[in-house]
Design a protein around this ligand. Structure first.
Ligand code: BMA
Length: 321
């Protein structure tokens, strides 16, 4: 598989560790006929281009996930119809809604995790080999849970998933846990990874946090990009941070950014259905250490930001919690 990471150089006048794509948003809210908004979506290299799973809320504001394809990772063709799940390791295809997908390649399969409506939000799992036929598996957890993110390989022989136990609404708390599974059916060995930061230490992540893209293996540990939330007098504000987790024991946090990497600043992030949200769900990276982060902006559109893995790690170490 050959791919070129979507890329644009850092603007000459910028010192940011992550910089935004000049043509953001890459996917507009009405990119398919039925959509109210397309955001918080996940993409991976696939064949000679890219494939993805997109969160499309329709004009009844029903939340669902749609497959999509792209040659360059920038221009996307998104299926007009939502993914229809087939039975994988379960007959239970119950799903009141689907949102915030992540896609993780593990060995020869692409695994999708998402927030699945089953008497409240929990973590749905499915796999596909071709982004045409998707096989739904057992939900990973009891409700209520969100932000289920798989690691791209087994750890000590087990599948591993980050998640964020939550409540049935706009949860005012939230910690990142890790859980393990021998078979993608039964999940256990739950361990705490990270909690919100003390307000006086790092206010932007003081209310709740949740894992974003699939963690990236580096020489120094797993690079986990995550979102952090502060509760302001105008509601929640979602920003982006990163941490390094120990390779064989990712429940151990090595470094964690005190400063945010990115916070809602530009109009497509501060204005939309839910203002002041940047919500990363995927990252494409290559051997040169370039990274392209896909994020939802203001719960309305899908955007891209770029950076270098080495600079992100440097940034964490300079000022760690
Ligand atoms: C979370 C999820 C996300 C959303 C965020 C901000 O609880 O619903 O899909 O982006 O809130 O509204």
């Amino acid at each position: 598989m050959h791919f070129e990471t979507p890329w644009e150089e850092r603007p000459a006048n910028s010192t940011e560790v992550l910089w935004r794509y000049s043509k953001n948003p890459i996917i507009h809210r009405h990119a398919i006929p039925s959509s109210n908004s397309i955001f918080n979506s996940a993409v991976v290299p696939y064949t000679d281009g890219f494939a993805g799973v997109f969160r499309c809320d329709n004009r009844s504001v029903q939340m669902n996930i749609h497959a999509g394809f792209s040659k360059d990772g920038l221009q996307w063709q998104i299926d007009h119809d939502p993914i229809q799940m087939l039975a994988g390791n379960t007959e239970l295809l119950h799903s009141d809604y689907k949102y915030d997908p992540r896609v993780t390649k593990i060995e020869d399969r692409y695994w999708i995790t998402w927030c699945n409506g089953y008497y409240g939000p929990t973590i749905g799992i499915a796999y596909t080999e071709d982004f045409r036929q998707f096989y739904q598996c057992e939900n990973a957890f009891l409700p209520f849970n969100r932000n289920g993110v798989l690691f791209p390989r087994k750890i000590n022989g087990m599948y591993a998933m980050l998640s964020r136990p939550s409540d049935n609404g706009h949860t005012p708390f939230g910690d990142i846990y890790i859980s393990y599974s021998p078979d993608m059916m039964f999940w256990g060995k739950h361990r705490m990874v990270m909690q919100p930061a003390p307000f006086v230490e790092s206010g932007w992540q003081s209310t709740k946090i949740g894992a974003g893209p699939t963690p990236i293996p580096t020489d120094e540990g797993w690079l986990m990009i995550y979102h952090g939330v502060i509760h302001t007098c105008n509601g929640f504000r979602y920003a982006v941070g990163a941490a390094l987790l120990e390779m064989e024991r990712p429940e151990n946090v090595l470094y964690r950014s005190r400063r945010y990497l990115m916070t809602p600043e530009v109009p497509y992030e501060t204005t939309g259905d839910v203002p002041n949200v940047v919500f990363p769900c995927a990252a494409i990276h290559d051997d040169d250490g370039k990274i392209a982060i896909y994020y939802g902006a203001a719960d309305t559109v899908t955007c891209l930001a770029f950076g270098y893995i080495s600079e992100i790690i440097q940034f964490l170490k300079e000022d760690t919690l």
